[in-house]
Write a protein that binds this ligand. Structure first.
Ligand code: BG6
Length: 482
């Protein structure tokens, strides 16, 4: 844990990420008493703002449900100050350093720790990391740097970024955020797998037929088209969030729960996955909604370059070539402007061998990451009554029933707290990032260079029409009962 005085410096404080995620998470930690005593929070970005304007900006996304929270918020805002400056000027960083020193001088502690949160576009990662190291780095305490994706565009650019940052910030000082690693259900995966004897026994190619990891969003790229078009859905969601889920799902038991032991196993399993092939993929791009015509298509978004072939939907099948998983398809699917908002892992088990019943559909285990966290198992049960008829039923652990009195923390709150504690378990290590890019880079280059045309799908539907056929090609059987 950090002892001494802590200052959290948010770079890009007037931007979208800071306003939607970073500050609300810091406020959540403050309300629950998780910020170290005497913490100050200093925002820094280019926009000139006075403190009233800055406070108005960062409170827009906070949920103020009652007077108690309102009062806590006004106390919290007293900790939050703002400095404006450029990202490439030493003298501006020195101004920031002065502001940090001033905040630190309010405390008596000798030890002065600084946590830097870069809520910034990738184009300024390097100049900011340099400017901070040179001018604002604490010489009297611990320094930690939080970085958010995108970490490059492909393997080469990610390595280049790594090479630029490594001489400035040590790996142990760097915290690469993938906010899915802070989600309750993603953290639960380790426990489900390694603290339950019955899952341990069936977690392999002998019992599991296929695994689908799905991310669906109802909204399109509204207003974010410029950013999104450069990256596409594979870089935005699949190469990071979904692959992180896969690696925890598929890894071997770590030697211990230490950050390095856990990440060693994640890297090891990623290295068993060969690069994804275009033949194992399906790409889509949304068009105008069909029923009411109210939602515009991707190409009609003014922030999107005309004629773009950028995918807003992708499904890719990955193979894990090791003793445990050989032959089991891991189908990753993600898309914007779909029929619902949902992230889940769906494990489909093999057919019942030597089945003697009329009907014994495949068992499924579903881990629903969001919304409404749940773990449920689809099993065949006797239909109550005088016959021996069967019915698909659920063993259902829905969090809103089982844990109704517990609050599920926001992913960013959980992760910032980990940084304060110095726990790297839920952050992406440099070799992990490298292994993740190796899996997707050849496919991404092919898509970009050959301008592979995505299949159109209407806003608000289940994705491109070929998706059902795609998943059944990999052996997924929709469990139906006569
Ligand atoms: C971000 C992506 O990393 O994750 C967004 O850039 C996406 O495009 C978001 O909407 C989804 O996060 P969550 O927590 O809302 O599922």
């Amino acid at each position: 844990k950090l002892s001494g005085t802590t200052t959290i410096i948010v770079l890009g404080a007037s931007g979208d990420l800071a306003k939607k995620k970073t500050y609300p998470a810091l406020f959540g930690l403050y309300r629950n008493g998780f910020l170290p005593e005497g913490t100050s929070i200093i925002g820094y970005s280019r926009t000139k703002l006075n403190s009233t304007e800055f406070h108005a900006r960062i409170t827009g996304h906070m949920k103020i449900l009652n007077d108690e929270i309102k009062n806590q918020l006004s106390e919290f805002l007293k900790l939050c100050t703002y400095v404006s400056g450029q990202y490439d000027k030493d003298e501006d960083y020195q101004k920031l350093d002065k502001a940090v020193e001033k905040a630190e001088s309010l405390n008596i502690h000798e030890e002065r720790n600084r946590v830097f949160y870069m809520a910034l576009p990738p184009s300024v990662f390097v100049p900011v990391a340099k400017g901070l190291k040179k001018n604002v780095y604490s010489k009297k305490g611990i320094n930690r740097l939080i970085v958010e994706k995108p970490f490059g565009m492909d393997l080469e650019s990610s390595r280049e970024l790594g090479r630029a940052l490594a001489p400035l910030w040590k790996e142990e000082e760097t915290y690469r955020i993938d906010h899915y690693l802070g989600k309750e259900m993603v953290k639960n995966l380790l426990i489900i797998r390694f603290a339950n004897v019955f899952f341990g026994a069936i977690w392999n190619r002998q019992s599991i037929a296929n695994v689908q990891i799905t991310f669906k969003e109802k909204i399109g790229t509204e207003g974010r088209g410029g950013y999104f078009d450069e990256f596409g859905i594979i870089r935005d969601v699949m190469q990071n969030h979904l692959l992180q889920i896969l690696s925890i799902f598929a890894m071997e038991r770590p030697l211990s729960l230490s950050a390095e032991d856990v990440r060693d196993e994640k890297v090891r399993v990623l290295r068993c996955i060969p690069p994804v092939k275009l033949e194992d993929s399906i790409l889509g791009q949304y068009t105008r909604s069909e029923d009411d015509d109210s939602k515009i298509g991707y190409l009609e978004d003014k922030t999107v370059p005309s004629g773009s072939t950028c995918p807003t939907f992708a499904a890719c099948t990955l193979w894990v070539n090791n003793e445990r998983w050989e032959g089991v398809p891991f189908i990753l699917k993600c898309g914007k402007a779909l029929n619902e908002q949902k992230t889940e892992i769906r494990v489909q088990f093999q057919d019942v061998p030597g089945n003697v019943f009329k009907d014994a559909p495949r068992n499924e285990l579903v881990i629903r990451v969001q919304p409404n966290e749940a773990v449920y198992m689809k099993m065949t049960n006797k239909l109550p009554g005088l016959s021996m008829d069967t019915v698909i039923s659920e063993l259902d652990l829905s969090y809103n029933r089982r844990f109704s009195d517990l609050k599920i923390p926001d992913a960013y709150e959980a992760l910032i707290l980990d940084v304060l504690k110095g726990d790297h378990s839920n952050f992406v290590r440099d070799d992990e990032l490298d292994a993740a890019w190796k899996i997707f880079t050849p496919l991404l280059h092919k898509i970009d260079n050959e301008k592979i045309a995505p299949q159109p799908y209407a806003y608000g539907t289940r994705g491109p029409p070929g998706i059902e056929e795609f998943v059944s090609k990999y052996g997924f059987k929709r469990p139906t009962q006569e």
